[in-house]
Design a protein around this ligand. Structure first.
Ligand code: ATP
Ligand code: MG
Length: 283
C-alpha cells in the first residue's frame, strides 16, 4: 500500500489535505494521528515535519511525499519528482540592508550571509565566483542582520513584506519553488498503478483550476461568432431553446479571460449568462 508523507502542520498542510479531498481520497485527519489510512483508496498518510519528508521518501519509509521543491533541492536526497502541484509557491532570495547600494552579485564577496538553505546558496555563490561566509540559522533568518549575526540573508520570500519590515531589500531571486509530489524510485507494480491513478486525478484537478463553465442564451444567427469567441475543448455545446430562433450555448473558459469573453458575447446578443465553477476536467 502507498504511504504518503505530508506536513503535519504549517503552510503546506491545508493545501495537501484539500488536494487529497479534491482527488477523492478520504483520510481521517481529525484526530491528528501520526498515521492515517484512507477509507476508499490503497493509501495511508504519514504526518511529519516538512524538513524530513525527502529523507523519509528516499529511504522508502514513505513511498510518496508532498513537500516544497526548496526542501528537495536543499536536502539532495534521491527522490523522483512526479508532479508539480501549483500551491506553496515561493522563492529563495538574497536580501541586503535597504540603504546599501547593490552593484551585482560581487556585493556578497567577503560578506556573511545567514540562511537555512546553505546548499542552494553555496551553488549560487560558486556559480557566480563569489567567496562569502555562510551562517546556517534555523528560524528567524530575517533578523540576522539587525542582530549583527550577518550582513545579508538568503531566505524564503513570498510577498516581500517580512523583508521590508526588517529593513531589507530583495536583490537576487535565486530559486523558485512550489509544492511537488515526490516518490521513491522503486515502487512495487501495485503501488506504481495506484500512483498512476493519483497522477491522473491530480491532472484533472489542475486542468480545472482557473476554468469556468459558462452558459447563455444566444440568437441562432450568432452561433458562428460565439464559436470564434469560445473555442472550448472540442467546440461549444449548442442546444435548442423552446423560443424560436434562440439556443443555449455552453462552454468552458479560462477565468482570466472571463470578463473579456462576457463583453464580446454580450456584444453579439448573448443573454442570461451563467458562470459556474468547474470541479474536474477529464480531457
Ligand atoms: P515544519 O514545522 O513542518 O518544519 P516549517 O516552519 O519548516 O514547518 P513552513 O513555514 O510551514 O515550514 O513552510 C513549508 C513550506 O511552504 C516551505 O518549505 C516552502 O516550500 C513553502 N512556502 C510557501 N510560501 C512560504 C513562505 N512565505 N514562507 C515560508 N515557506 C513558504
Ligand atoms: Mg520545516
Amino acid at each position: 500500500m502507498l504511504r504518503l508523507a505530508i506536513q503535519s502542520k504549517g503552510r503546506l498542510n491545508e493545501d495537501c489535505t484539500s488536494l487529497l479531498q479534491e482527488i477523492g481520497i478520504s483520510v481521517d485527519d481529525s484526530k491528528r494521528k501520526f498515521l492515517s489510512k484512507s477509507a476508499n483508496f490503497p493509501l495511508e498518510v504519514l504526518y511529519m515535519r516538512d524538513d524530513d519528508i525527502p529523507q523519509v521518501v528516499s529511504a522508502g519509509t514513505a513511498s510518496l511525499g508532498i513537500v516544497g521543491l526548496n526542501e528537495v533541492e536543499e536536502k539532495g536526497f534521491d527522490v523522483k519528482i512526479e508532479a508539480r502541484l501549483g500551491f506553496g509557491g515561493c522563492r529563495i532570495s538574497l536580501a541586503i540592508p535597504k540603504a546599501d547600494e547593490y552593484p551585482g552579485p560581487q556585493y556578497f564577496n567577503g560578506k556573511r550571509i545567514a540562511t537555512s538553505y546553505p546548499n542552494i546558496l553555496r551553488r549560487f555563490l560558486a556559480g557566480n565566483g563569489i567567496q562569502a561566509d555562510i551562517e546556517v540559522i534555523t528560524g528567524s533568518v530575517e533578523i540576522a542582520p539587525a542582530a549583527g549575526i550577518a550582513d545579508a540573508i538568503f531566505d524564503i520570500v513570498s510577498s516581500g513584506g517580512t523583508l521590508v519590515s526588517n529593513g531589507l531589500k530583495e536583490v537576487e531571486k535565486v530559486f523558485f519553488s512550489e509544492a511537488v509530489l515526490i516518490s521513491n524510485g522503486s515502487l512495487s507494480d501495485e503501488d506504481r498503478k495506484s500512483l498512476e491513478e493519483i497522477l491522473f486525478r491530480i491532472d484533472s484537478v489542475k486542468v480545472s483550476r482557473g476554468q469556468k463553465y459558462i452558459l447563455m442564451n444566444l440568437p441562432e444567427s450568432a452561433i458562428e461568432d460565439a464559436i470564434k469567441i469560445l473555442p472550448a475543448m472540442r467546440s461549444p455545446t449548442v442546444m435548442p431553446l423552446a423560443a424560436k430562433g434562440w439556443c443555449s450555448l455552453h462552454s468552458v473558459v479560462c477565468a482570466d479571460e472571463l470578463w473579456e469573453k462576457i463583453r464580446q458575447l454580450k456584444a453579439i446578443g448573448a443573454e442570461g449568462i451563467l458562470v459556474l465553477t468547474v470541479d474536474k476536467i477529464i480531457p
